[in-house]
Design a protein around this ligand. Sequence first.
Ligand SMILES: NC(=O)c1ccc[n+]([C@@H]2O[C@H](COP(=O)([O-])OP(=O)(O)OC[C@H]3O[C@@H](n4cnc5c(N)ncnc54)[C@H](O)[C@@H]3O)[C@@H](O)[C@H]2O)c1
Ligand SMILES: N[C@H](CO)Cc1c[nH]c[nH+]1
Ligand SMILES: [Zn+2]
Length: 435
Amino acid sequence: MLTLKDLRGSAIDAAAVLPRASQDISTTIETVAPILQDVRLNGVSALLEYSEKFDGVRPPSLRVPAEKLREAAEQLTPEVRAALEELILRARAVHEAQLPEASEVSPGPGARVINRWAPIRRVGLYVPGGQAVYPSSVVMNVVPAQVAGVSSLAIASPPQADFGGLPHPTILGAAHLLGIEEVYAVGGAQAVAMFAYGAKDQAGQQVCPPVSLITGPGNIFVATAKRAVQGVVGIDSEAGPTEIMVLADDSAPAELIAADLISQAEHDALAAAVLVTPSMTLAESVATEVERQARDTRHADRVKQALSGTQSAVLVVDTMEQGVEIANAYGAEHLELMTRDDAGIVDQIHNAGAVFVGAHTPVSLGDYCAGSNHVLPTGGASAYSAGLNVSSFLRSQQVIHYDREGLRAVAAHVSALAQAEGLPAHGDAVQARFR
Ligand SMILES: NC(=O)c1ccc[n+]([C@@H]2O[C@H](COP(=O)([O-])OP(=O)(O)OC[C@H]3O[C@@H](n4cnc5c(N)ncnc54)[C@H](O)[C@@H]3O)[C@@H](O)[C@H]2O)c1
Ligand SMILES: N[C@H](CO)Cc1c[nH]c[nH+]1
Ligand SMILES: [Zn+2]
């Protein structure tokens, strides 16, 4: 099912050897734009209708009652609760180390410029819940936001028909463990619209106030909606359908590579799973292993679709240098390295959401318990954006203090530049302080 492309002996255009999925933001925007518009105009009633249409259930109320969150936490199995607690501990340790320091510089006598970090005040956190449910994404969203000092946090996750129109109980339980009280039963593009525009009920009561930033992963409809509301609100990155690229040589175990490719393909038919290797022997063994392992996997249909899509392949190249070039051109959400020289190659990687080094660091470790964040840029966005982290929830802000002598020292320069720009009133505003 994985296409094997033998690129050896040919000149490679690294950016073109691997297409992404056929369905992308440019195609789904036609579905998403009317949803955003409808929610903006019709608020809660539109949200409930889209839930009925896409999730097959009309939630009893948009906002999840507090007692449902508490009950869900009480009903977590001891194993899941322990795993969530371990994830929270590790994620806190990693994210606390990301807090940036304020700085203060005196560029001249009587002059001070302070660079401080201000948390965004209200954020909307998206937690997926369509083809799978993602309590781990509750932690990945909430922990960096809390470490950054965000004071108002709201979660949205699709209502589940099997749970009376509430989001999945493990999602509610994870939210409660983290002290989150504001959770909405809504998913997809409509949830993104709710966060961006806020939502009122038919009596005009504000049920969900708008947020300033929307973060979190989701399917192609969620990613499309996030891109479309940018400018109304901020977003973290386009964290859409999962991607895994493995860069490996003949020292790597085919069985483990196949397992890792399948692990990410099970997210979504649009997920991408790619092996790049200079070893034809490894390429053939991985292709065979994938066939074998995919047969018995729970989500075999979805995995098969993902692995047969244009976005998934095994690429055989002449050299590891070409492999690195392809990895950088592609900018995968997750890049695994399994080579004899991982330490040398990791320093050559510029574009990747996160890099997983060595045979004992599978992506699924990072998905749950590495302490790193699993909300990562997809679709090539790793070239310009980062995975979710503490600074995603902070703005840097400059505070400037000059005293009279500090201002006098640069007054003539301000006037000269103001004249040069044809904006003399700027210079006058400074000179007025010395008349
Ligand atoms: N990049 C990352 O950081 C990251 C992390 C975790 C998960 N993911 C991805 O998140 C996604 C989760 O997807 P999911 O589907 O399980 O849950 P989801 O919550 O993202 O999407 C479910 C929602 O999609 C909407 N939807 C479904 N079909 C639709 C249609 N035809 N038209 C309009 N809207 C529709 C519905 O509103 C539904 O509530 C996967 O693609 C997974 O790979 C990405
Ligand atoms: N692999 C996903 C990021 O693309 C994250 C995840 C959560 N749960 C399982 N996996
Ligand atoms: Zn995963």
